[in-house]
Design a protein around this ligand. Structure first.
Ligand SMILES: Cc1cc2nc3c(=O)[nH]c(=O)nc-3n(C[C@H](O)[C@H](O)[C@H](O)COP(=O)(O)OP(=O)(O)OC[C@H]3O[C@@H](n4cnc5c(N)ncnc54)[C@H](O)[C@@H]3O)c2cc1C
Length: 364
């Protein structure tokens, strides 16, 4: 697979939204790309997400904001590219988010009780104060269908059911041992999400899976919800367009339980109770589905983007935690810049794979 050309070949591990978005961007720039996944593509965290592009979520670490804003600015072109390759247009499902303010924060835009009762008569604020954010959401399953079709329409070599077992660097290339034989590549990019600790040796940081359970319910006719409602405890994300229109996603738990993805009725019941406390018409609506996913978490809540300190040909792009759908276009953009030996459009110091995480940082 080694081609000594100005656009060397690149092997990506992991066909989640991060790996496949990067593959498309590299293909666009003329690189030869191979993507390996141990299972089916887009079957892990990327298909489990709610799909909020929550750049302004007050719970995000502040250092994330420039990357989040870059990603928002790239999103329309990213969706256009998916449409051009796949013929499938992924619509935004919502355009606004009703966000609760943190207890000690104030905002000149805080909504009055009257504003709230006009906007969402069913809302029981239960002590929360709210603002409106210009924020979009999309359906990650629709995104997955379009992204996969787009990848299949290119020359990207996607090999599923091919697990990376180990990697070894030689002078100018990387030898990748997989469950289906050995692959040689000029550069290797680890996009295996919550599994990255098993595929990349990291000096200071560890990636850990952090489970989120989710539930989808039917929206009752008395509650035609067209925007996201979010507090620190719960979010309610309606689907408004396409085959799943009329349902709302309620999420999510945050659990450190290793790679276990089991769903527990008690946890689902608790999510539903939190949602119903805010929006009582949700109390008795039919439950449609429950699922879980493993967010790739780092100790400081920031992604890892760049080369490993001991090996410039072994790069990593993971740790997107609660924001991988939001951050995919910007991640693909800056990683493709690094792999094309260009200066990245953003200062990536906060996301350096060899950064030292201060011990005082609170795990988000
Ligand atoms: C419940 C929940 C809700 C979320 N909501 C949102 C949201 O509203 N907005 C948002 O922006 N983000 C959200 N996220 C976060 C987002 O889903 C993740 O940050 C993002 O999907 C991570 O993408 P990824 O490609 O890194 O990982 P993944 O999608 O998990 O992909 C990793 C891939 O690597 C493969 N792999 C693993 N090990 C190997 C190996 N050894 N060899 C080969 N392949 C391997 C896996 O099979 C998998 O396909 C949510 C996540 C969860 C769980």
């Amino acid at each position: 697979m080694h081609h000594p050309s100005s656009h060397p070949d690149i092997c990506i591990a992991g066909a989640g939204i991060i790996g496949l978005s990067l593959a498309l961007e590299l293909h666009h720039r003329g690189h030869r790309v191979t993507v390996l996944d141990q299972g089916d593509p887009l079957a892990e965290a990327s298909a489990a997400a709610a799909g909020m592009l929550a750049a302004q979520d007050p719970d995000n670490p502040p250092q994330l904001r420039p990357l989040a804003d870059l990603s928002l600015s790239l999103y329309p072109a990213f969706l256009d590219r998916l449409y051009n390759f796949s013929g499938t247009r992924v619509p935004f499902q919502t355009h606004t988010t009703l966000q609760s303010l943190h207890t000690n924060h104030t905002s000149p835009n805080e909504l009055t009780a009257q504003d709230l009762s006009h906007l969402l008569p069913a809302l029981t604020p239960t002590g929360h104060r709210f603002i409106l954010l210009n924020e979009h959401s999309l359906d990650p399953r629709q995104l997955a269908i379009a992204l996969l079709a787009a990848v299949h329409a290119t020359t990207i070599d996607l090999r599923t059911h091919t697990a990376i077992l180990s990697t070894r660097s030689t002078n100018s290339s990387i030898e990748i041992t997989t469950s289906n034989g050995i692959v040689h590549s000029s550069r290797f990019v680890d996009c295996t999400g919550a599994w990255a600790t098993t595929t990349s040796r990291l000096s200071h940081l560890q990636i850990a899976p952090r489970k989120g359970q989710m539930v989808a319910v039917a929206l009752p006719p008395s509650l035609p919800l067209h925007f996201v409602v979010r507090t620190p405890d719960i979010y309610i994300v309606p689907r408004t367009i396409g085959p799943t229109a009329g349902r709302a996603i309620i999420g999510a738990t945050i659990e450190d339980t290793g790679f276990d993805k089991s769903i527990h009725p008690d946890d689902i019941h608790h999510l539903r109770a939190l949602a119903a406390a805010l929006l009582p018409p949700l109390a008795n609506t039919p439950q449609l589905e429950a699922w879980s996913g493993l967010r790739p978490a780092t100790p400081d809540g920031l992604p890892l983007l760049g080369a490993l300190p001991e090996d410039p040909n072994h790069l990593i792009a993971t740790g997107h935690y609660r924001n991988g759908i939001l951050l995919a276009p910007a991640t693909a953009h800056v990683m493709a810049q690094l792999l094309s030996n260009e200066a990245p459009s953003l200062d990536l110091t906060s996301f350096s794979p060899d950064r030292l995480v201060p011990q005082t940082v609170e795990v988000p």
